[in-house]
Structures are given as structure tokens and as C-alpha cells.
Design a protein around this ligand. Structure first.
Ligand code: PMP
Ligand code: GLU
Length: 403
């Protein structure tokens, strides 16, 4: 007799946690469909439309019948445009053959981790981290090693902490600046100090996720690969989702030394092939626009960041560093833990607090546990000012009701 219990899945699939950011987005959507007025500050995606010239390039691709498979690595014209962008914006010298276009930066990160890491390797991941890094490392058979950072250091890894974590099994350091989920941005000097540690260990590589590079507030972005000696050891990941409000188009890329990039292209060729031909045409149009569209978004994000930060800092038991980039805040809520809700339930964890805020206040945030930082929670302010005002009124009311 066949029953569900007879189903045996791959062990690594069984061990994988679902993406908490996507799960929270789905849960908020389901509550909304059931008639609850939920405001979702959970998934991080720009609340702007893809700029018109990019949309038009996608439509033209369809109408002109540009609807076949492209080269597995992505169209040469797109890879050349990316190489030119990396030179102009980031001071990096990659040839088009060192670039691989994928279905979103998420796939690029997954490929980078999988081609570099083997069973038994350790992957260093500063926390709070983006939810997918440890799961990808585990799926590759490697061991994710969390490097906690402190709210007092603005959630930035120190060279001392990095040095202390490196063992003879360490293979990869994952960097994300500007950071999802904290908005922290490393200064060029801080990055140089981390690079000096990396340089001292042969065989240690860096995956630098730079998808928020243009979402900056009075800060400077420096590509990790641009630091002395680092290009040979770095996989640079970037994409179109955040810079051009193109989350649904699914287009990202990695740039890496040829053997790493070729290995990633081989895996892509067996798993997914190139991203959509239509999205690639749209990607070329996006790069022709330069960083202009994102700069308009950043002006709006800054206003929202300032507003939400002020409201969060006024809450009892909440501290929050000022983020210099991305569109997230990661308030520290340790002092709220232990309180009781009006119906007497004890808030034991960030998960409990987010559950309370969702059920009673109809605001969706993502619990810190998912980011390896259980004393915080993530709020995405890529939402309208009107929604942010209502959400902050509700959060304030909800926290003030705790005893
Ligand atoms: N890296 C980080 C840090 C992100 O926040 C995201 C957004 N989910 C991604 C990678 C992946 O972006 P996408 O796959 O949409 O290009
Ligand atoms: N980058 C977004 C986030 O962190 C999108 C969701 C995801 O891809 O995990 O919320």
C-alpha cells in the first residue's frame, strides 16, 4: 500500500529550512485574501514599477520573436554590458567570458557556493545574514559557520572576529554590503582590513553579494574584488531586482575568475540554462539607463528610513542603528522579550513577537531567528509612506499593550 510515509526525499532537501522571507510574504498574502488588512513589511522588494524603457525592451523582444534559448551563459551583448558596468561603477576588470547571467542573483549566489564548497568545508557567514546563505551552504554539503556581529558595532564583522573563526576547513566567506537584513555598509577601510585577513589564508575565497550597491545613504560602496589581491579570490554577485525594480524578471549575474565562472556555467547548463531571453533584452535596456532609476528610488527610501527609524527608536525596549544602505531596518528587541501580550501569552522569542504583530496588529515582519539573530527582527521599508505610517501606528499600539 502506498502512503505518504513511504515517500523518501533527498536528505539535504529534508534538512532545508524554507525561505522565511518568502514564507512571511505568502502568509501575509493569505491573510489579506482572507479579508484581514495586513500590511506586509516582510519581503524586500522595491515598491516601484520597472522603468518604462526596460518594460518596452521586454515587450519589443516578445514582439520581435526574440523568444528562443540564448547562449547558456547569457547573451554576449548583455555580458559585455555587464562587464562595462562593472568597470565603470566598480573599477573591476572582467571580460564578458568571466560573467554568467542567471535566473536572479539568488541563483548566482547558489552557483557560487556550490562550485566552491564541498562536504566538510566551512562557510563563514556574518550574522545577521540573508536567510538563504546558510541553507545553500548546507545543500552543498558544507558547514555554515555563523559569525555573530553586534548591534553596538553597527552589525559589522571585525577583522579580529574573522581571523578567529578561520580554520583549516574554511573555504568561503560570504559578504553582503549593503546588508540585507541590517542595512549596514562597510567602509572601504573596513573592507580593506577584512581583505588583509583573507589574503593571509591560501585557498580562502569570498562571495560578495552586492545587490544593494546603489541603495546608499551618505555611504560609499566598494566592491570586494576591487581590493588589492581580491579579484582572484572573489565571486562578485549582483542583479537587476533591486537597482531597476525587476524582481519578477529574474535576472542576476556573477563575475569570477574563469575556472569558477566556467564551473558555474556548467552547472547552470545542466540545471536551468540561461535566464529568459526577454529578461535579458530588458537587462540590456536597464544597463543603458545607468544607475539613474535607482537613485530616484533611493530619495524615497531615505525619507522612509528616517521616518521609520524615528518611530522605532521611540518604542519601549527597542534600539536600532541607523542603516547606511539597502531598505531594511533590523531593530534590536531583546528588551521586549519576556513581556506578556494582553491575553497573557509570554513573548519568548522574535518569532513570538512577529506572530503577535501579525495576528493582533496585522503587520508582517520577519523574525530575527531566520537571519541568525534572534534578538532582532527585520522590517522592509520598501512600502508606501501611507502604509508605513499605519504600520508604525499599529506596531506602537501593539508594543505599548505588552505588559
Ligand atoms: N541577495 C540578497 C542579499 C537579496 O536580498 C536578494 C533578494 N532576494 C538576492 C540576493 C536575490 O535577488 P534576486 O534573485 O531577485 O536577483
Ligand atoms: N530579497 C528579498 C528578501 O530578502 C526577497 C525574498 C527572497 O528572495 O528571499 O526579502
Amino acid at each position: 500500500m502506498s502512503t505518504a510515509s513511504a515517500l523518501r526525499l533527498n536528505r539535504r532537501v529534508d534538512a532545508m529550512q524554507p525561505s522565511a522571507t518568502l514564507a512571511m510574504k505568502a502568509r501575509a498574502g493569505a491573510m489579506r485574501r482572507a479579508g484581514h488588512p495586513v500590511i506586509a513589511l516582510s519581503a524586500g522588494e522595491p515598491d516601484f514599477n520597472t522603468p518604462a524603457p526596460i518594460r518596452e525592451a521586454g515587450i519589443a523582444a516578445i514582439q520581435n520573436g526574440f523568444t528562443n534559448y540564448t547562449e547558456n551563459a547569457g547573451m554576449p551583448a548583455l555580458r559585455e554590458a555587464i562587464a562595462a558596468k562593472l568597470a565603470a561603477d566598480n573599477g573591476l576588470s572582467y571580460s564578458a567570458d568571466q560573467i554568467l547571467c542567471s535566473n536572479g542573483a539568488k541563483q548566482s549566489v547558489a552557483l557560487g557556493i556550490h562550485v566552491l564548497c564541498d562536504a566538510g568545508d566551512e562557510v563563514l557567514i556574518p550574522a545577521p545574514y540573508w536567510v538563504s546563505y546558510p541553507e545553500m551552504a548546507r545543500f552543498a554539503g558544507a558547514t555554515p559557520v555563523t559569525l555573530p556581529t553586534s548591534v553596538h558595532d553597527g552589525y559589522r564583522l571585525t577583522p579580529e572576529a574573522l581571523d578567529a573563526a578561520i580554520t583549516d576547513k574554511t573555504r568561503l566567506l560570504v559578504m553582503c554590503s549593503p546588508s540585507n537584513p541590517t542595512g549596514a555598509v562597510y567602509t572601504p577601510d573596513e573592507l580593506a582590513a577584512l581583505a588583509a585577513v583573507v589574503r593571509a589564508y591560501d585557498g580562502l575565497y569570498v562571495l560578495s553579494d552586492e545587490i544593494y550597491e546603489h541603495v546608499l545613504y551618505d555611504a560609499e560602496h566598494r566592491s570586494f574584488a576591487a581590493l588589492p589581491g581580491m579579484q582572484e579570490r572573489t565571486v562578485t554577485v549582483n542583479g537587476f531586482s533591486k537597482a531597476y525594480a525587476m524582481t519578477g524578471w529574474r535576472l542576476g549575474y556573477l563575475a569570477a575568475p574563469a575556472p569558477i565562472r566556467d564551473a558555474a556555467a556548467k552547472v547552470q547548463g545542466q540545471f536551468t540554462s540561461a535566464p529568459s531571453s526577454i529578461s535579458q533584452k530588458a537587462g540590456i535596456a536597464a544597463l543603458e539607463m545607468g544607475p539613474g532609476p535607482v537613485q530616484e528610488m533611493v530619495a524615497a527610501f531615505r525619507q522612509r528610513r528616517d521616518y521609520v527609524l524615528e518611530r522605532l527608536r521611540a518604542l519601549p525596549g527597542v534600539t536600532c542603528p541607523e542603516p547606511q544602505g539597502a531598505f531594511y531596518l533590523f531593530p534590536h528587541i531583546a528588551d521586549v522579550l519576556g513581556a506578556r501580550t494582553p491575553d497573557g501569552t509570554r513573548i519568548e522569542s522574535s518569532e513570538d513577537l512577529c506572530f503577535y504583530l501579525l495576528e493582533h496588529c496585522h503587520v508582517a515582519l520577519v523574525p530575527g531567528e531566520a537571519f541568525g539573530a534572534p534578538e532582532g527582527m527585520r522590517l522592509s521599508y520598501a512600502s508606501s509612506m501611507e502604509d508605513l505610517e499605519t504600520a508604525l501606528d499599529r506596531i506602537t499600539e501593539g508594543l505599548n499593550a505588552l505588559r
